[in-house]
Design a protein around this ligand. Structure first.
Ligand code: PFF
Length: 455
């Protein structure tokens, strides 16, 4: 018998749309607009994008279906779900590791995510006061460096972002979230299209298309493939239990495969459009493609400064980007919050405040890595780079690997087939082959290849 007949103690989504919107809100965020363009810039463009798209389709989509499936079958916080389900299926308790790995990864991700969410908040008043209007590239560059050089300002915005996040999570995930996503996501999408339109007219659009879609595989390193795979997990919010927690509030009548396809499709579209909005400006203005995490902030503030109506568009854009970041950050907090409420009997506000506080503290390491601690590095990576690499490129794919193995080999086939209700044997079979063989082998090969083991 599957457990999905009961509802979760934390409540259930009001409608099928509420889940799709919340999960899309989780998926679409800084990963699409901040991280995607900067890693594409760093790792050289089209070949990286193709690997990334392959990872979304062959690894991300099957794992998303699997992660929601585990959540809905377990109906508890990821930690407790990974305690009860293995016991129910007669498997060893080691699978608990999956729940804990997710919580640790969640802390790491949230800590630097809040720092970058803070940058986005900081750019609202900058843009609104016209600081970028007509500014040249050196000025917008300087602006970003000044922000990074000031721990006090970074701390202020990081604190604000984390406080907003905690405030929303305290009130319960579904409250208000549905409306926010339904209203704001389309506007954000529209603004990205405005930027693409601007890039078509004023930017180096053809060169950007070439950069994004004419691959040169010879330059692709094992590291780049690992980063592309990590980015696929990060952007789809997979591997740390966020989508699993949201799945545990999903009604048993809603189709997991259909929902997953919609979420992954929307997320991928937004990342590609963000690329089309950003690369033409970079190429036309001669900005440094490999400048790293500042890429989007510098490029877009320059673009808004040049275009007609840029003051308004830019201000609204950074407000919406902050919202998109918030709807992702709250999903990162959900697994640990649900666990403290469920197993420790904590009140939701206390649980939220504790988790936010801990992640906030860890985030200070990230914001100092741009100034006071910039000299402290390990393997040439600073604190934030370590948090980002360890979580995104290692822990999320590892979580995905365990998720795939669990549903593929431990969960009885009657349960997965019944719950997923593909309505088509061939589709179910393909998904099963993906989680049993394709995903585990692909992740293992990418890991080994990055380590240099495969030559
Ligand atoms: N998917 C989010 C983004 O693209 O910004 C980030 C994220 C959210 C990662 C939730 C992981 C997660 F569990």
């Amino acid at each position: 018998m599957s457990g999905s007949q009961q509802a979760s103690i934390h409540g259930e989504w009001g409608s099928r749309w509420a889940f799709v919107l919340a999960a899309t809100g989780s998926a679409v965020g800084l990963g699409n607009i901040w991280r995607f363009p900067y890693v594409v810039g760093e790792y050289g463009g089209a070949a990286f994008i193709l690997v990334y798209l392959g990872c979304i389709l062959l690894i991300g989509l099957p794992v998303m279906i699997a992660e929601i499936l585990i959540g809905r079958t377990g109906r508890q916080s990821p930690i407790n779900t990974m305690r009860t389900l293995p016991a129910r299926y007669g498997a060893k308790p080691v699978w608990q590791i999956l729940g804990w790995l997710g919580v640790v990864a969640g802390f790491l991700v949230l800590s630097f995510y809040s720092v970058v969410g803070g940058w986005s908040l900081a750019y609202v008043p900058y843009t609104m006061t016209g600081a970028f209007t007509g500014a040249d590239t050196a000025t917008v560059d300087e602006f970003f460096s000044t922000l990074l050089g000031s721990p006090g300002r970074l701390l202020l915005w990081h604190t604000l972002f984390m406080a907003f996040t905690a405030w929303i999570v305290m009130r319960g995930v579904e409250q208000g979230l549905e409306k926010a996503v339904r209203l704001l996501m389309p506007i954000l999408f529209f603004l990205l299209l405005v930027m693409v339109g601007y890039g078509m007219g004023a930017g180096a659009f053809t060169e950007a298309l070439e950069f994004m879609f004419t691959p040169d595989f010879s330059a692709l390193t094992g590291q780049a493939v690992l980063v592309a795979m990590g980015q696929a997990f990060f952007t789809l919010s997979l591997g740390l239990g966020a989508i699993m927690a949201y799945g545990s509030y999903l009604s048993s009548r809603s189709s997991i495969p259909v929902n997953s396809g919609a979420i992954a499709g929307a997320d991928t579209l937004i990342a590609l459009i963000a690329g089309l909005a950003i690369f033409p400006i970079i190429l036309a203005a001669g900005l440094d493609m490999q400048q790293g995490p500042g890429l989007v902030f510098v490029t877009l503030s320059y673009g808004f400064g040049q275009m007609p109506g840029g003051l308004l568009f830019g201000t609204v854009f950074f407000i919406l980007l902050s919202f998109a970041a918030l709807t992702s950050a709250i999903s990162i907090m959900e697994p640990a919050t649900a666990y403290l409420v469920e197993s420790r009997g904590w009140q939701r506000p206390l649980a939220t405040a504790t988790i936010a506080g801990a992640a906030w503290l860890l985030g200070i390491g990230s914001l100092l890595s741009f100034n006071a601690w910039s000299g402290y590095t390990l393997f040439e990576l600073n604190f934030m780079e370590i948090a980002e690499y360890l979580s995104t490129s290692i822990m999320l794919p590892l979580g995905g690997l365990l998720i795939a193995l669990f549903v593929g080999w431990v969960m009885p086939l009657q349960v997965s087939e019944g719950e997923l209700a593909f309505g088509n044997r061939w589709l179910y079979r393909s998904w099963l082959i993906a989680v049993r063989y394709v995903v585990p082998v692909a992740i293992a090969v990418v890991f080994l290849n990055a380590l240099g083991v495969l030559g």
